[in-house]
Design a protein around this ligand. Sequence first.
Ligand code: TMP
Length: 211
Amino acid sequence: MINGLKPFSYSGRFITFEGIDGAGKSTHIQFVTDLLREKGYQLVVTREPGGTALGEKLRDLLLHDKMNLETEALLMFAARREHIAEVIEPALKRGDWVISDRFTDASFAYQGGGRGLDLDKMRQLEAWVHPHLQPDLTFLFDVSPEVAQSRLEAARSPDKFEREKADFFNRVRHEYLRRAEEFPNRFRVIDSSRSIGAIRETIKELIGEMD
Ligand code: TMP
């Protein structure tokens, strides 16, 4: 046992959703949860940063307050540590499926790719905070920053990240795609510029492969 985390041996499944802001993942999370519930799985649907009372307070700071880049990365991982200990691991141990709107890939993509924090620092944080836990499946909703931006303009008032420029989101997207290449077994990259119907068909097939 390292850092209080047991080696990964859960009966539940851990599925994460990733993509740049405006990639449309929220719409599809709802579809996946409906699909899995129909199949009879017990689900815990959660998000990062957030997912616990403390994590939601940290989310508020992270999304709205200006801070040093390393502070931002550390707070993301602090919220994540709480999330894993309080929500994710207990659920997986019970045999529930955990659906998380973002996880550590988002830190690599946003703090690493987007803001330029050394990826080795991120790897150290990952090794400290969850040495044995990785998602079983990660849906990466991939779309150009231009398409994403046009979707965001129709939505709520933007937070700190959503106000970033296309350059930033190009770097975030690039790091997501690099991670998808590095971990092809768990990543499924979905072309999110397609229609909602077409994306749903793809998701159905991918979820079917997990049964
Ligand atoms: P959301 O809008 O998809 O809920 O995500 C909140 C924002 O937080 C989003 O802009 C991405 C950002 N984020 C990071 O920068 N690093 C992280 O580790 C996570 C989980 C989210």
